[in-house]
Write a protein that binds this ligand. Structure first.
Ligand code: RB5
Length: 145
């Protein structure tokens, strides 16, 4: 299950991504802004990330205007590795090397076509493990100290 949320600035792109998820028959749950009205991005990040750490979602997609604020907030939550991606290369390597569990996007930065390719890459790339596991564990150690 994919937990997807946005603030008002990411609302349009979130809706486009949801349409794409529906087309692909991918299960999702929607959070955050539901009508384009002002919605604070840290609260959306918290809502979505709690689903992931709680185990009811496998991964998350978060959208704000730039993707920056929502990724900052998400990365404050223990167990979350949120990656702001602006292209498929970043999406691929944040899964392969960082085992990212949240993809962040900027609704005012990229269009829906690029975003869909980024989401597709993120969802279909597995963590490589090996030496990267050691480094991800080092991130977790930082989080725990
Ligand atoms: C909202 O205006 C905007 O600040 C927010 O969507 C985001 O870009 C923050 O990083």
């Amino acid at each position: 299950m994919i937990a997807i949320g946005s603030d008002h600035a990411g609302y349009g792109l979130k809706k486009d991504i949801i349409a794409w998820l529906k087309e692909k028959n991918l299960p999702y749950e929607e959070y955050g802004c539901m009508d384009g009205e002002s919605h604070d991005y840290p609260l959306v990040a918290k809502e979505v990330c709690e689903k992931i750490v709680g185990g009811s979602a496998d991964c998350g997609i978060l959208v704000c205007g730039t993707g920056i604020g929502i990724s900052m907030a998400a990365n404050k939550i223990k167990g979350i590795r949120a990656a702001l991606c602006t292209d498929t290369y970043m999406a691929k390597y944040t899964r392969l090397h960082n085992n990212a569990n949240v993809l962040c996007l900027g609704g005012r930065v990229i269009g829906s076509g690029a975003a869909e390719e980024i989401v597709d890459t993120f969802l279909n790339t597995d963590f490589e493990g090996g030496r990267h596991q050691r480094r991800v564990d080092q991130i977790t150690d930082i989080e725990n100290t």
